[in-house]
Write a protein that binds this ligand. Structure first.
Ligand code: NAD
Length: 488
């Protein structure tokens, strides 16, 4: 695994075109854009740069395939997803290497993401054959209600760069299971994993036009006409809250169904009665998964005053021992950030916290290039007024803030416009459940630092989004309920 020849081969093998109506094609203007390796800053390859004209072609393909695809047997759709699940596992080493090259995460994490991504296909293959309806007598008697589910129609799926494969399968899986055709617009920083998936879906027997893929360097120009076309009936977006707000406004014109998985600002609470070893391990998972570039990353770590020094020392030790480097290298646990802008943002948030009185326990300064590396960093005594209290850090920086009482910490955690996930560490069951209920977030990790699971409903409240992905509810986001009133 690894090594130059394999790196060159996986990049050479991935399709570089647009997937429209089952064919790999060039962009209508013949333009391309470059994909970079964030660990070196060097160009990996160029891919086709979709234009609004390509958007119209993909729209025709998705619209043209919708009726027939909606009529396929649920079992046939499940079989396509299971075939794709098998291919993802068969090619996991190459796919992980490709993901590490374009996104930077260490190979072991990239492999973990491919397995996680594949699991959405298995989960939704199992859901495809369990779409239920109902038949009941009206309360006043006489007429009957027939309730059935139908695919919502062609969907636009927009994904971020931080989980280049899983954020796609989390949408494509339920879309296929429900019988929806789609156009996928992957993030311009990491289109290669999604393009590799496009080829896998073709091989898995997904009919032409059912899944179309349009990488582009000008996302707004491509997607706005699609949202306003009247053909797209559903938008599923994962990305920042700022872009989510723009897309929600654009979706209002045609009153589209929307699923919005947006930004987070997770609180991580350690009570003095917690198992400190478990809490440190949980914080490492919640902070360092994906080098901190996750919507679920612990962004604000609140530790009860009596244990903050012990917790801080242990966390700093564990963080400082993590090997940083190119994700393709053996033993590396922390890869580069996605680009220089991301790295500058992390540094400015650290500088702001330190200027406000925070102390650096480890890390805190970006190394010289090449690559966009940032060292695992622990700050303590971070004031709640620091910018990182309200902005996503999206990097390997753990800010600790002391607290005294349960009420105080619940209020502090909830004092944000976001509400995706929070984490609570305590050995007092009643307190754990009480605090979990009081926290304003779609998800809570109770004594665990990772909540993502394809079989669980993932999503946020407040400015973190609308709707849920995965779980039993994930497929509902791609289904409409139809009621037929029947006179008897
Ligand atoms: P982003 O919002 O910049 O981009 C996300 C996607 O939207 C990309 O494909 C991008 O090309 C596209 N986009 C950007 N501007 C657009 C426009 N005007 N019109 C249409 N599409 C546009 O976010 P990002 O930097 O790629 O990802 C990081 C963000 O995603 C973070 O805020 C993170 O919290 C969030 N995220 C959320 C979840 C979740 O499940 N809630 C999961 C992963 C990431």
């Amino acid at each position: 695994m690894g090594g130059e020849p394999n790196e060159a081969r996986v990049v050479a093998e991935v399709p570089k075109g647009l997937l429209v109506a089952g064919q790999w094609v060039d962009a209508s203007g013949g333009e391309t854009f470059d994909v970079l390796d964030p660990s070196t800053g060097e160009v990996l390859c160029a891919v086709a740069d979709a234009t609004p004209e390509d958007g119209r072609r993909a729209l025709d393909a998705a619209a043209g395939a919708q009726k027939e695809f909606a009529a396929t047997a649920p079992r046939a759709r499940a079989d396509m997803l299971m075939a794709a699940f098998d291919l993802l596992h068969e090619r996991i080493d190459d796919l992980a290497l490709l993901m590490t090259l374009e996104m930077g995460k260490p190979l072991a994490e990239a492999k973990g993401e491919i397995a996680y991504a594949a699991e959405f296909f298995r989960h939704f293959a199992e859901e495809a054959v369990r779409i239920e309806g109902g038949y009941q007598t009206a309360p006043a008697g006489g007429s009957r209600f027939l309730i059935t589910k139908q695919p919502v129609g062609p969907a636009l799926l927009i994904t971020p760069w931080n989980f280049p494969m899983a954020m796609g399968t989390r949408k494509i899986g339920p879309a296929i299971a429900a019988g929806c055709t789609s156009i996928i617009k992957p993030a311009e920083l990491t289109p290669l994993s999604m393009l590799a998936l496009g080829e896998i879906l073709r091989e898995a027997g997904v009919p032409d036009g059912v899944v179309n893929m349009l990488p582009t360097s000008r996302p707004g120009e491509l997607t706005e006409p699609l949202l306003r076309s009247g053909v797209i009936r559903k938008l599923s977006f994962t990305g920042s809250t700022a872009v989510g707000r723009v897309l929600l406004a654009q979706s209002a014109e045609k009153v589209l169904r929307t699923s919005m998985e947006l930004g987070g600002n997770a609180g991580f609470v350690v009570f003095e009665d917690a198992d400190i070893d478990e809490a440190v391990a949980g914080a490492m998972a919640a902070k360092m998964r994906n080098t901190g570039e996750a919507c679920t990353a612990a962004n604000r770590i609140f530790v009860q005053r009596s244990v903050i020094d012990e917790f801080g020392d242990r966390l700093a030790k564990a963080m400082s021992e993590l090997p940083v480097g190119r994700g393709v290298e053996e033993g590396v646990r922390v890869g580069p950030l996605i680009d220089e802008t991301a790295r500058e943002k992390v540094q400015s948030l650290v500088d702001d916290a330190v200027a406000g009185g925070a102390r650096v326990l480890t890390g805190g300064t970006a190394p010289d290039g090449p690559g966009y590396f940032y060292p695992p960093t622990v700050l303590t005594d971070v004031p709640v007024s620091a910018r990182m209290g309200s902005e996503e850090i999206f990097g390997p920086v753990a800010p600790l803030t002391p607290f005294d009482t349960e009420d105080e910490v619940v209020a502090a955690v909830n004092d944000t416009e976001y509400g995706l996930v929070n984490y609570v560490f305590t050995n007092d069951l009643r307190r754990g459940l009480r605090v979990a209920e009081a926290l304003e977030s779609g998800m809570v990790g109770l004594n665990q630092g990772v909540v993502s699971n394809p079989a669980a409903p993932f999503g946020g409240v407040k400015a973190s989004g609308l709707g849920r992905e995965g779980g039993r509810t994930g497929i509902e986001e791609f289904l409409e309920t139809k009621y037929v009133g029947i006179a008897m």
